[in-house]
Design a protein. Structure first.
Length: 200
């Protein structure tokens, strides 16, 4: 039995479903909303890389080290982006949340906060995780700010840890949240979702 079993998670009009080949066209459209593959500090697939992106995610799922979701608008079924559990370590009950990206039109909306509330709730309260981690590019300041807003703590920086799509070598900023910190973080995420949003 896999540590992360197939599951559908939903809240406030956002749905996370296991990523599959049927999401290829939707993922391609979501990535085109903002031409996200041109961003240097993310790993969003270009249009002709979308099927390979899904195939890689499914291989990693079969190997037990990543479980990818398609992020959907629950009402319309439109694909809004993707996110994953990865670096899954059942022996120590740890997962990381990453490979996360959203169509430009839903960035700075309730979507990311909702996805994180769903995934953290599932990780801590269903999977029984002791720790949930995140990692991001040292130049991805928006991602770092978003992770810190969740209540995650900065663990440190791994220098020269990974290749970017342009061939440069990145430093990786590591964050984590322990199970004892989850109740306070959950309350904060719920507060952020209930708080009226300013128009952007």
């Amino acid at each position: 039995m896999a540590f992360v079993e197939p599951v559908t998670l939903a809240l406030r009009g956002v749905q996370l479903v296991p990523l599959g080949p049927e999401h290829e066209a939707g993922l391609r459209a979501a990535a085109a909303d903002g031409e996200l593959w041109n961003l240097r500090v993310t790993s969003v697939p270009a249009p002709d890389e979308t099927r390979a992106y899904i195939d890689t995610a499914l291989r990693m799922r079969a190997d037990g080290n990543r479980f990818a979701f398609a992020v959907l608008d629950e009402l319309s079924g439109r694909v809004l982006g993707s996110t994953s559990y990865h670096d899954i370590l059942p022996a120590v009950k740890r997962v990381e949340i990453g490979y996360t990206w959203y169509a430009k039109s839903v960035q700075r909306s309730h979507v990311n906060t909702t996805c994180k509330l769903l995934m953290l709730t599932h990780a801590f309260e269903t999977l029984g995780c002791h720790v949930v981690g995140w990692r991001t590019d040292n130049f991805n300041f928006a991602s770092q700010a978003a992770i810190e807003r969740l209540g995650a703590k900065k663990d440190g920086v791994i220098r020269g840890q990974a290749l970017r799509r342009d061939g440069t070598i990145r430093d990786t900023v590591m964050y984590s949240m322990r199970s004892g910190e989850w109740p306070e973080a959950r309350a904060q995420l719920r507060y952020l979702l209930d708080k009226p949003r300013q128009p952007t």
